[in-house]
Design a protein around this ligand. Structure first.
Ligand SMILES: Cc1cc2nc3c(=O)[nH]c(=O)nc-3n(C[C@H](O)[C@H](O)[C@H](O)COP(=O)(O)OP(=O)(O)OC[C@H]3O[C@@H](n4cnc5c(N)ncnc54)[C@H](O)[C@@H]3O)c2cc1C
Length: 441
């Protein structure tokens, strides 16, 4: 299979991951033969090596699968993941209105191991020795690698006035990593009195999933309308304006959820009280204090400490890892690649993008192990659906192409829905199922 054509076609197919015609690869065989060949690990290639991946989320799981599919059995892939299953952040906002349950967002690693021959190590990586080419696990084990890929997602800052991350777990869930905090936020919404307010705070970009906070506000507002008469969502946005899909979200706030969403830009948080669910913020010179029945502060985010300890955080703000987007190799430490939310690129921090970066990285590593040149013109894409109510959604899609002058992925096409409707909501379910299958099965 021509990997470059494969990646390009996946990118060009936009939201429909496997929608590109399988006949393109059939070359005289039956379509089903061609498809099954696409997803079988080839026994013999002239490439060999051991790739260790840290983190089996959207980026790491996809990478493990495609390294085996494109590298063949000679490329040993070890995936180190601290949890036994992955809980999808995507669609987790729909746990808040009761349309989904958390358990329904769980994905295991069984197909990666049984069908693609990935070696799964359940453990937490605590250190990287780039000189010795080893990673250390919390339980004392060490794993050596030829190439290392870090795909650990993000960590969250404490907000002013907070002393412990546990405050997010017990009192003021950010729920920006799907799991127990998502359930806690749902439970708090159900328990709050009608007429009480919900405060959602949004950090300055870049953060994980640019439309995600605005989508969450819509979902909560829609649910409050039906279940908590008189309640409102107050949105304290650190950004000067809605950062993405401005027209769609403005319409949602001002018309669909009119009177329920109170959107306030340019808000700088100065104090957060988890015991009384209060926030103090400044905006245009004024100092304002509010408290709420439910406080959902989405904190600023950064690459995990593991990367800081390894000296990999060299983005302009020092919070993410800059990479060469032809290979996703660190620009300062050779042999270590970073994909997904922990990396610094011009592409958004999104699950769909993490999946795409993983494919470019898999292709690059197979080429590097085989002594070949990197693909000089990678293409990636992103599609994002945002539910606006329990039955309607909008979407945004983007295509990025490598620009040799700036050595960055440059936005080449942008598409956005011109209306919020049921059809987009249905498409969203298909897009999500296809994306997760492509990453985990
Ligand atoms: C509410 C919400 C809605 C979203 N909606 C969308 C959407 O509609 N579309 C979209 O494209 N994106 C969406 N996103 C964003 C998307 O979830 C992330 O961009 C994506 O998950 C990033 O993938 P990742 O692999 O970098 O990190 P993650 O998916 O977070 O995976 C990281 C993995 O690494 C593991 N790990 C971390 N550290 C270690 C360690 N030291 N040792 C071993 N394992 C480790 C973790 O356990 C985890 O499994 C949404 C996010 C949120 C919060």
């Amino acid at each position: 299979m021509d990997r470059r054509k494969f990646i390009g076609l996946m990118a060009a197919s936009g939201a429909g991951f496997l929608a590109a015609s399988p006949r393109i690869w059939a070359d005289g065989n039956s379509v089903s033969d061609a498809l099954s060949a696409l997803f079988t690990v080839p026994a013999s290639t002239d490439v060999s090596g051991h790739v260790v991946i840290v983190g089996g989320g959207m980026a790491g799981a996809t990478l493990a699968k495609y390294l085996r599919l494109w590298g063949g059995t000679g490329v040993k892939v070890t995936l180190v993941e601290k949890s036994t299953a992955y809980t999808s952040n995507i669609m987790s906002n729909l746990v808040l209105n009761g349309q989904r349950v958390l358990a329904g967002l769980d994905y295991t690693y069984s197909t990666l191991t049984s069908q693609y021959g990935v070696t799964l190590v359940n453990g937490t990586v605590t250190g990287i020795n780039a000189g010795m080419k080893t990673v250390a696990l919390a339980d004392g084990r060490n794993v050596s690698y030829d190439r290392l890929v870090l795909a650990p997602g993000l960590e969250f800052d404490l907000l002013p006035g907070m002393t412990s991350l546990a405050e997010y777990d017990t009192a003021i869930p950010h729920a920006w990593k799907a799991g127990p905090q998502t359930q806690l936020l749902r439970d708090q919404l159900v328990a709050m009195p009608a007429g009480g307010n919900v405060i959602v705070t949004i950090p300055k970009a870049p953060y994980r999933c640019p439309p995600g906070p605005y989508e969450r506000v819509c979902i909560i507002a829609d649910w409050l309308k039906a279940n908590k008469p008189g309640s409102k969502v107050i949105v304290l946005d650190a950004n000067a304006d809605i950062v993405v899909e401005r027209d769609n979200f403005l319409l949602a706030f001002n018309q669909t959820h009119s009177g329920i969403v109170d959107y306030r830009p340019n808000c700088v948080l100065t104090q957060v009280g988890s015991s009384n669910r209060s926030v103090t913020y400044t905006s245009n010179g004024a100092n304002i204090q509010l408290s709420a029945a439910v406080l959902n502060p989405i904190p600023p985010q950064k690459a995990p400490q593991l990367l800081a300890d390894a000296g990999l955080l060299n983005s302009p703000d020092g919070r993410f890892a800059a990479v060469n987007v032809l290979s996703y190799e660190s620009t300062i430490v050779a042999g270590i690649h970073i994909i997904g939310d922990a990396s610094h690129t011009t592409q958004p921090k999104a699950g769909h993008v993490a999946n795409q970066q993983a494919k470019v990285c898999a292709d690059a590593i197979v080429r590097l192990l085989g002594g070949k040149a990197l693909d000089p013109t990678p293409v990636t894409n992103s599609a994002c659906y945002s539910p606006i109510t329990a039955s309607t959604a909008t979407f945004l899609s983007a295509v990025y192409q490598y620009d040799a002058v700036t050595a960055t992925m440059k936005l080449s096409k942008l598409g956005a829905s011109s209306s919020t409707n049921n059809e987009h909501y249905r498409d969203m379910q298909t897009w999500f199922a296809t994306l997760m299958k492509d990453s985990f099965a």
